[in-house]
Design a protein around this ligand. Structure first.
Ligand code: UT7
Length: 357
């Protein structure tokens, strides 16, 4: 039997940030509300495209795996904020990382996108269709924020994470997974004014992320907990067998509710929402990378991950880590310098939102 080991991991965190105090100068909110209701202290704002974030994260993952990019058979970019729709973002990333000739596709399952993409690439490796893949999750969520809506404006941020998968004969990598979609409620989280449902000959407004936060909160806790139970059963594991929980980072209270339902102690849960906010598909990819960098993930650990997002898509995955927790080589890939603060980067968009109507 063939397995798809995770042999490389990397991330790209754009340098400019907006703190809670700074965001309180834009919308009617404050650090106390944001911290207690969400756990978020700061979020990153990208000065570059989604493709550039994805490319830097992928270069780090490829160096970490110590492989030649030309060996890669498949590049997947999980994103709901693509640089361009046609051609897809993955084709630009494929070109810029030097994965000449590799298949390139984008996956959109919103916040569940990384786990969906991991499943797709793993299945191709297990079926013997390909040998090496890079799975990237990259988002530029700040592009679609409506700065007049305080509930969503404080939540989201930009960033990217990536993993390299390689075919090997010992059991590791994604070993059990459950993906699904609660489509009855697909309207409670969406990006407006985007897609071919629009009449292209009529002017339409900006694309804004709109949601019913409280409803999603409830469904997220239930959906992710049930999906984790399902995956544990599939893998014939109990919660005691899980060394690390790497949940989607949408709200610290959602993470804690899942943690309580699953009865997982704090020291087994990867949490970085405080620094980055919700980076949609990228949260789990970045969190996985940081969990290895911080020593939370150890050789041969059993990892449970779960996500929930627009659609309403959901996913849970059991990942067995391999032997290696240190990079083979280190890439010097970085983003171009940013000469603006986070607030300066969003200023045009803030002005447009606040002067509308
Ligand atoms: O990854 C999937 C996408 N993620 C999500 O969709 C997030 C899921 N939902 C959530 O994280 C939470 O529901 C929110 C953080 C969005 C909201 O937290 P909540 O505890 O559910 O608050 P709420 O919507 O019940 O609102 C409570 C109060 C309201 O005021 P009133 O009506 O009680 O006077 C809101 O207007 O908090 C107010 N509020 C704010 N106050 C200060 C909402 N947003 C803010 C804000 N600052 N940013």
């Amino acid at each position: 039997m063939t397995y798809a080991h995770i042999t490389g991991w990397g991330k790209c965190i754009p340098p400019a940030s907006i703190s809670n105090d700074e965001i309180s100068t834009i919308v009617d909110t404050n650090d106390e509300w944001i911290t207690t209701r969400t756990g978020i202290k700061s979020r990153r704002v990208s000065h570059v495209s989604t493709a550039e974030l994805a490319t830097v994260a992928a270069k780090h993952a490829i160096a970490c795996a110590g492989i030649d990019p030309q060996e890669i058979d498949l590049v997947i970019v999980a994103t709901c904020t693509p640089s361009t729709l046609v051609a897809n973002t993955a084709s630009l990333v494929q070109k810029d990382i030097g994965a000449k000739g590799a298949a390139a596709m984008d996956t959109n399952a919103a916040c569940s996108g990384f786990l969906y993409a991991l499943q797709a690439a793993t299945a191709q490796i297990q079926a013997g269709m390909i040998k090496k893949a890079v799975v990237i999750a990259a988002e530029r969520m700040t592009w679609c924020i409506n700065w007049a809506l305080r509930d969503s404006a404080v939540l989201f941020g930009d960033g990217a994470g990536a993993v390299v998968l390689e075919a090997k004969e010992t059991p590791a990598g994604l070993l059990a997974t459950k993906t699904g979609c609660d489509s009855e409620d697909r309207d409670i989280l969406h990006i407006s004014n985007f897609g071919t449902d629009l009449d292209k000959y009529h002017a339409f407004g900006p694309s804004n992320l709109l949601f019913e936060g409280r409803e999603i909160f409830k469904r997220a806790v239930k959906g992710m907990s049930e999906a984790c139970d399902d995956v544990l059963n599939q893998a014939n594991l109990s919660l005691d067998d899980i060394n690390v929980l790497v949940p989607h980072q949408a709200n610290l209270r959602i993470i804690q509710a899942i943690q309580n339902r699953l009865n997982v102690p704090d020291n087994k849960v990867m949490v970085n929402i405080g620094q980055y906010g919700n980076t949609s598909a990228a949260t789990i990819a970045i969190a996985l990378c940081e969990a290895v960098e911080q020593g939370l993930i150890k050789p041969n650990d059993n990892i449970m991950s779960a996500a929930f997002g627009a659609g309403l898509t959901w996913a849970a995955s059991y990942i067995k880590w391999g032997e290696r927790v240190t990079p083979i080589t280190i890439s010097d890939a970085t983003l171009p310098d940013c000469d603006k603060t986070g607030l300066e980067l969003v200023e045009p968009s803030v002005k447009a939102c606040l002067t509308k109507d």
